[in-house]
Design a protein around this ligand. Sequence first.
Ligand SMILES: O=c1[nH]c(=O)n([C@H]2C[C@H](O)[C@@H](COP(=O)(O)O)O2)cc1CO
Ligand SMILES: [Zn+2]
Length: 185
Amino acid sequence: MDNPCQQNDKENVSPDLDTKRKDYLEWRDYFMSVAFLSAQRSKDPSTQVGACIVNDENKIVGIGYNGMPNHCSDDDLPWARKGNWLDTKYPYVCHAEMNAIMNKNCSSVSGCTIYVALFPCNECAKLIIQSGIKKVIYMSDKHKENDCMIASRKLLDLAHVEYTQHIPKHRKIVIDFDNINARHK
Ligand SMILES: O=c1[nH]c(=O)n([C@H]2C[C@H](O)[C@@H](COP(=O)(O)O)O2)cc1CO
Ligand SMILES: [Zn+2]
């Protein structure tokens, strides 16, 4: 059996502070994390979606999440999923992809890649195609069988927009605001 003291020593090994970090976030996990962090701004009680648009220099050029349109108070519009259509969120909410495209900080997102938490619906597929985005990297395809997703794939295929599911290297990424105050010996 291991000496318990030795085991403790192993667990307490401090990071090597003289060589380059190996567990840094790779680009795709980083951009998907930005999309997921942005989703945390959403007021939607059931599904929070984020999107992050990246150009071919790995620069972020747009971020968005699902929310009510500008100047339309999200206290005055419904968030329900069921009931009379006009009393649900669906006719009103802007999807994350739409907001990311509209929020772009450059003249065009043509040729860019969009990272999204959920596979884009047909309406977002149209926006993606019209904006010139060439690649979709998504995390979840949980509504794959819905007609709007089938239509979405049909449009993306016809327009030659690539789509790939992201397989994260890290299943969980934690933001710890105390980390920066950690002292290294
Ligand atoms: O592509 C999308 N992007 C996006 O932002 N959404 C948003 C719209 C709604 O606020 C929410 C979906 O709500 P629900 O899962 O309760 O039906 O996600 C939904 C989709 C559909 O995949
Ligand atoms: Zn959509």
